[in-house]
Design a protein around this ligand. Sequence first.
Ligand SMILES: CC(=O)N[C@H]1[C@@H](OP(=O)(O)OP(=O)(O)OC[C@H]2O[C@@H](n3ccc(=O)[nH]c3=O)[C@H](O)[C@@H]2O)O[C@H](CO)[C@@H](O)[C@@H]1O
Length: 366
Amino acid sequence: MKVLIAGGGTGGHVYPGIAIAKELKERDINTEILFVGTENGLENKIVPGEGFELKTIHSKGFKRKAITENFKTISVNFQGLLDSYRIVSNFKPDIAIGTGGYVTGPVLLICSFMRIKTVIHESNVIPGVTNKILSRFVDRIALSYEETKKYFNKRIAGKIVVTGNPVRKDIFIYRKSEAKKALGFDVSKPLIVSVGGSRGAANINKTVLSYLNNYMPSNIQFLFITGENQYESIIKQCNMLKNKDVKVIPYAYNMPVVYAAADLIICRAGAMTISELIACGKPSILIPSPYVAENHQEYNARTLEKIGAAKVILEKDLDEKILYNYINEIIYNNDKLKAMSESAKSLSKPDALDQIVDLMYTLARS
Ligand SMILES: CC(=O)N[C@H]1[C@@H](OP(=O)(O)OP(=O)(O)OC[C@H]2O[C@@H](n3ccc(=O)[nH]c3=O)[C@H](O)[C@@H]2O)O[C@H](CO)[C@@H](O)[C@@H]1O
């Protein structure tokens, strides 16, 4: 089978595609897979790094209230349709799946016009504009949440399947002690990880930096993932670089190992991060991004908070003292850590990836 996977921009739109690609290869090593993204997205590092081929097209997202810029966007996306036509005609996929981001627009539209079987996956509760438009053209729409159905036109209800978010299967394979060792940490001390989504989060970084410089106790360890763009400036300001209990890195290409090693994670509440925390049952302190459509990250975060799987700090209330208090309340209390972990796991949909891949096989053969 030949499978085209379109998705890009942020990690949250690329890793579901990686999970799907690895599962397809696992089931049949002869499956041919081609990723399509844009030149500026994180897919340019992630996809080749995971051993898959990536082709890029011109594509740009429309902005609300930016009429002049949107004229340019129309012309970029027209070029994107031509690029997509060239790629799709050469590769001749049996099926194409879009895993999010505006790059999926031109690619899936072309596939649909060329009568290639098409699926889109929506990882958030509130669907993105591109997926709403594509929903009319594609054959199947895989959703992560039942309540997302209401955002789509009733006439296309028959195409919708609720699957959950496909998380990378290697997230389940590492043991905590092995993972801590692999990352160079002491297995006997608790490890806290902070990560601000795939691109880093400036306000989380600022607070974590101040926590490390002023409040970090000696009996814990810390992995500080800053995001590529902020790394240089953070290491210049961090006084803890010589402390062997603290590691600062720009990006984790081995996130499954990081999840396995962590005792507590401080992070944003993007769709994939939440699904991964649930899948591996990790206690978390969530600081939802206030800069996202319809405040969907706070909604995601509150779902975990309600069942006791996470603590939530809104960015407006965030400072190193509140972070210090929340960390202290959780990290030394094994019963609490265990209860948070169990609560997170209770939301798990472990067969989401299998369901999506089964759906793709059924559709490709129909
Ligand atoms: C799926 C989705 O809609 N994601 C949203 C999310 O993207 P964003 O990509 O930031 O966040 P997600 O939580 O959805 O996904 C992050 C992904 O990157 C991985 N990761 C992250 C850091 C790292 O060092 N290594 C690594 O592998 C995580 O394990 C996860 O798989 O928030 C953005 C705004 O803040 C929105 O624009 C995006 O639409």
